[in-house]
Design a protein around this ligand. Structure first.
Ligand code: NDP
Ligand code: 8X3
Length: 256
């Protein structure tokens, strides 16, 4: 039997590019996100191009009951997930904390932290039973550093880094690998979502700089996942060459 990967947030950006690279490497895929029509398009594309099996599932990772119900009752042929990619995530707004929109905080915390926990809780016990599995958490440079207005988003990604460390301890003694991939600036729909659909504002983020592409990150995911099983890439920070920290890049760099 071939390997099975489950990807959250596969309808766009890093999740979608990761689906493609895994499919190219003959891994069958459970692709999840809220926008089912995009998942169905991706399924058709990947099945046609790479001859893998693809199961699209409409899933909002914030919905605890929905996550547990759909992921603990996967059809028999899909229930042994070998690779879990916890990628679904977002940033909403760039307001100072004192001006912050509390609804945005809830969305980020519910998606980036609680969603990742619900999905992991649903999938990990079966990996432990089989004494085999790989979990990749997509964190961010924002988990290592913060920046003005980054407050809650950065805190959620710091939480993801800590959850990866904690999980490594909790599964110690099994053959389960916990990998964290922490990118800097990647041009995806991330900034469109952060700025509430303001495409012009989002475009400016990636002007006059060469950001990472979703495919760059997917390649890092594949590198980590495809190491021999006794090797865990614990934490990979992947930055655009033109960015030196969360705050500093070629657009705002001035010599002192
Ligand atoms: P995109 O906006 O392009 O993709 C985000 C994905 O997450 C979409 O597929 C979206 O699907 C999914 N998603 C969002 N909310 C939910 C939800 N409640 N339930 C299920 N799926 C959800 O952004 P990226 O590809 O850039 O983001 C992917 C991950 O990478 C995120 O965790 C992000 O924090 C992280 N990251 C991004 C960086 C960047 O600069 N772009 C840098 C570092 C990390 P749908 O809307 O269909 O549900
Ligand atoms: C996304 C990268 O620097 O915009 O996680 O927070 S950043």
């Amino acid at each position: 039997m071939g390997k099975i990967a489950l990807i959250t947030g596969a309808s766009s950006g890093i999740g979608k590019a990761t689906a493609e690279i895994l499919a190219k490497n003959s891994i069958d895929l459970i692709i999840t996100a809220r926008r089912l029509e995009r998942l169905i398009e991706l399924k058709d594309e990947l099945q046609e191009r790479y001859k893998v099996k693809v199961l699209p599932i409409k899933l909002d990772v914030r919905n605890r009951d929905e996550v547990i119900e759909s992921l603990t009752n996967l059809p028999d042929q899909w229930k042994n997930v070998d690779i879990l990619i916890n990628n679904a995530g977002l940033s909403k707004g760039l307001d100072r904390l004192q001006d912050g929109r509390i609804d945005d905080w809830e969305v980020m915390i519910d998606t980036n932290i609680k969603g990742l926990l619900y999905v992991t809780r649903a999938i990990l016990p079966s990996m432990i039973e089989r004494n085999s599995g790989t979990i990749v958490n997509i964190a961010s440079i924002a988990g290592h550093e913060t920046y003005p207005g980054g407050n809650v988003y950065c805190a959620t990604k710091a939480a993801v880094l800590h959850l990866s460390k904690a999980l490594r301890m909790d599964v110690l003694g099994t053959n389960i690998r916990i990998i964290s991939i922490d990118p800097g600036m990647v041009e995806t729909e991330f900034s469109i979502v952060r700025f509430d659909g303001d495409i012009e504002k989002a475009k400016k983020v990636y002007e006059n700089i060469t950001p990472l592409t979703a495919e760059d990150v997917a390649e890092a995911v594949w590198f980590a996942v495809s190491r021999p099983l006794h090797v865990t890439v614990e934490d990979m920070v992947l930055m655009p060459t033109q960015q030196a920290s969360a705050l500093l890049n070629v657009k705002n760099y001035k010599r002192l």
